[in-house]
Design a binder for this molecule. Structure first.
Ligand code: HEC
Ligand code: HEC
Length: 279
């Protein structure tokens, strides 16, 4: 022992530091509402590997609040957005007047959803590079590989998909039908969409619906296994998907998804999520 001590003693400060970090890491509360971790995606990933990762991303980042994946249910599929099942076969030639192949069409659909509106749908899809999905370039590639796998064989690798440019991710996507001038000021919308009739922003102030405050929204999002932005989008466009216990069912209007523009929905979600981050 006496021969070992001179070697060990200088290391004691290092052990103390390591010990502190081990303790600290265990001490941080392990909560479920943390946004899903960005996916590690290697530049060398094969199209099949990318498709696998893409499937997880589509499930975790709120896409299924609006889209369905129902084989044989046609384009509509009963969702707020088109049925993504079979999309690769359906859009193999892109769209008329838009991108002429599947990969470019899907990139446009993710970066700039309003550039081409699928017939019969409103411009409510948020650009995937923004909240709530917040996809990185590699994640966009993975989602495209996954969408390719829905009806075809995935072929894309990192680098094969165009990167988003400032223009392509412009938040105010242009709609094919002119939209009336709309306010994207969240406080004004809170009253013009009558949210304030049923919700307070103050902690604990219950009206007909729950208070839209930090602890409540975080807890509800955790109960649903979602990040706060994805939960907010779902709650606003599809209130029936998950109803809070202890509140009347079916009273929150079901049509906000069609009455709000993408920009309004986005502004709302950012506002309420930031509201949720206040101490
Ligand atoms: C708030 C609802 C909403 C969310 C969330 C959403 N979408 Fe969409 N999406 C739509 C709607 C509505 C359309 C059809 C209108 C349009 O073309 O923008 C659409 C269109 C699409 C299309 C083109 C479909 C076709 O038939 O040509 C793709 C692909 C797509 N979305 C993928 C995604 C992915 C991937 C995500 C998640 C990262 C996502 N969407 C999130 C509502 C949504
Ligand atoms: C007529 C009353 C009514 C109106 C108007 C209304 N809501 Fe609700 N909302 C409810 C009720 C009741 C619930 C709880 C039951 C449920 O989850 O659907 C709820 C739930 C929610 C939730 C989930 C909250 C949580 O803690 O889980 C959010 C977010 C939300 N509403 C946002 C909005 C926004 C934003 C608006 C305006 C665009 C709005 N609501 C308008 C009645 C309403």
């Amino acid at each position: 022992m006496n021969q070992v001590l001179p070697y060990v003693t200088p290391l004691i400060p290092a052990f103390v530091v390591i010990g502190f970090f081990v303790w600290f890491a265990n001490w941080i509360p392990q909560t479920r509402w943390q946004p899903p971790q960005a996916q590690e995606i290697s530049a060398a990933a094969t199209p099949a590997e990318l498709a696998q990762v893409g499937q997880t991303i589509v499930r975790q980042r709120g896409c299924l609040a609006c889209h369905t994946l129902e084989p044989g249910a046609g384009v509509k599929g009963g969702g707020r957005g088109p049925n993504l099942s079979g999309i690769a076969a359906r859009r193999a030639q892109g769209v008329k007047g838009g991108p002429g192949n599947l990969v470019e069409y899907l990139a446009q659909a993710l970066y700039e959803p309003g550039a081409y509106l699928v017939e019969g749908y409103a411009n409510i899809m948020p650009p995937s590079t923004g909240a709530p999905a917040s996809l990185s370039y590699e994640e966009v590639v993975a989602v495209i590989a996954y969408l390719q796998s829905l009806g075809r064989t995935p072929t894309v690798k990192v680098g094969d998909v165009p990167k988003p440019t400032g223009v392509r991710v412009a938040r105010e996507a242009k709609a094919t039908t002119p939209e009336p001038a709309v306010s994207t000021d969240p406080a004004a919308m809170f009253s013009s969409f009558n949210c304030g009739d049923c919700h307070s922003l103050k902690t604990g102030e219950v009206k007909l619906g729950p208070a839209l405050d930090a602890p409540g929204l975080k807890q509800a999002a955790a109960g649903r296994g979602m990040n706060i932005e994805a939960y907010l989008i779902e709650s606003i466009v599809d209130p029936k998907a998950y109803e809070r216990k202890g509140f009347p069912s079916g009273v929150m209007p079901q049509d906000y998804g069609t009455r709000m523009t993408a920009a309004q929905l986005d502004a709302f979600v950012r506002y309420l999520a930031a509201q949720g981050k206040r101490p």
